[in-house]
Design a protein around this ligand. Structure first.
Ligand code: Q9C
Ligand code: ZN
Length: 350
């Protein structure tokens, strides 16, 4: 499987996230991508750097300009406040207050207010190099998208930070810009009429759902831990089916904790049937492998070898397929990823 990767992801390197009532070392770390690329190199697959001159207009179509300029400048503003408050330590920017029911939706001037206004959790620290890493991930996914556009049957965008929790104007869940959504938009810009995004990450792709909820040119399907029990808790129920012309083009499969491959497979086959009926020109996979039984923050029970079958089922769609990296938080994350991609490749060649 042809992979796009750059070391620039390392520039996003959060120290701690709020977890179980206290600050703990970030689960979403540079090491994740390094483990994955190591597995890919061992298999001898072709790896390219993202192109420098890639057209970024899809990024600006998916995310609000005000949100993007916030992301670009937030760390500078944060640093000025640290200096003013005479804090010498290098601390990541992190929200601690949000606007709930009964409060206003107005962007505050204050940096703490802004951080809360543009986010939904305290798991997503912003570091000095976060913006550069975000742009590197967007270049990565758009380069992989271009290769598919010009006839490559499948490619893998090894993106970090991940994207599926990021909406048009909010970050959270380790995500800032929605790499999969940006790729889908790029396909449409270059002439596609229908794109399907299938999200197999353990967590509901709330950002992707929000972005395309009122649209029928992108079908969004997500399989995930039931929001009544699993993060992000506040979206991902079955009755969220889209609105306006988008009605029927959003499909959620909330699954119980401890879902195993056999149960998962049933919903996956159902999802693949819906995609077939939709007749998209391309398939974008939000590839989270945090459904693994030993993932550090998730509660499904998929065994390592079962990821191969997942890949081969995806191949049977017979569509140009763009894999975009999302979650997966454990030492063998690279094996799970290459198992999906190997399963896909092998099914293609038989
Ligand atoms: N610290 C992705 O897999 N935190 N994001 C849950 C609390 C947020 C996962 C545990 C999990 C986000 C891309
Ligand atoms: Zn996840």
């Amino acid at each position: 499987m042809f992979t796009i990767y750059t070391e620039d992801h390392r520039l996003h390197n959060g120290k701690e996230e709020f977890h179980r009532g206290k600050m703990e070392e970030c689960f979403e770390c540079p090491r994740r991508a390094e483990l994955i690329i190591q597995n890919i190199r061992e298999l001898g697959w072709k790896v390219d750097e993202p192109k420098r001159q890639v057209d970024l207009s899809a990024l600006y179509r998916i995310h609000q300009p005000r949100y993007l300029s916030f992301l670009q400048t937030v760390y500078e503003q944060w640093q000025r406040v640290l200096i003013r408050e005479e804090i010498e330590e290098k601390i990541d920017a992190m929200p601690h207050v949000w606007s709930c029911r009964g409060l206003r939706q107005i962007e505050p001037k204050n940096i703490y207010g802004k951080l809360g206004y543009y986010s939904f959790d305290a798991a997503t620290p912003i570091t000095a190099g976060t913006w550069q890493a975000i742009i590197a991930a967007v270049r990565t996914v758009l380069t992989a998208q271009q290769f598919i556009q010009s006839g490559t049957i499948a490619s893998f965008a090894l993106t970090r930070p991940p994207g599926h929790h990021a909406g048009s104007d909010f970050f959270g869940g380790y995500c800032f810009c929605n790499n999969a959504a940006i790729a889908a938009e790029a396909f449409l810009q270059s002439g596609a009429k229908r794109v399907a995004i299938l999200d197999v990450d353990y967590h509901h792709g709330n950002g992707t759902q929000q972005i395309f909820y009122h649209r029928n040119d992108v079908l969004f399907i997500s399989l995930h831990g039931d929001p009544a029990e699993a993060y992000p808790y506040f979206l991902g129920y079955r009755d969220e089916t889209g609105e306006g012309v988008g009605k029927g083009f959003n499909v959620n499969y909330p699954l119980p904790l401890n879902t195993d491959w056999e149960q998962y497979r049933t919903s996956l086959l159902d999802a693949l049937n819906i995609i077939e009926t939709y007749r998209p020109e391309v398939l974008v996979i939000s590839l989270g492998v945090d459904t693994y039984e030993d993932d550090d923050i998730s509660d499904f029970c998929i065994a390592m070898h079962e990821f191969n079958e997942m890949g081969s089922l995806l191949a049977q769609m017979n569509l140009p397929t763009l894999f975009v990296m999302e979650g997966g938080y454990y030492e063998e994350v690279g094996t799970a990823v290459t198992n999906v991609l190997t399963g896909f490749d092998q099914a293609k060649h038989t």
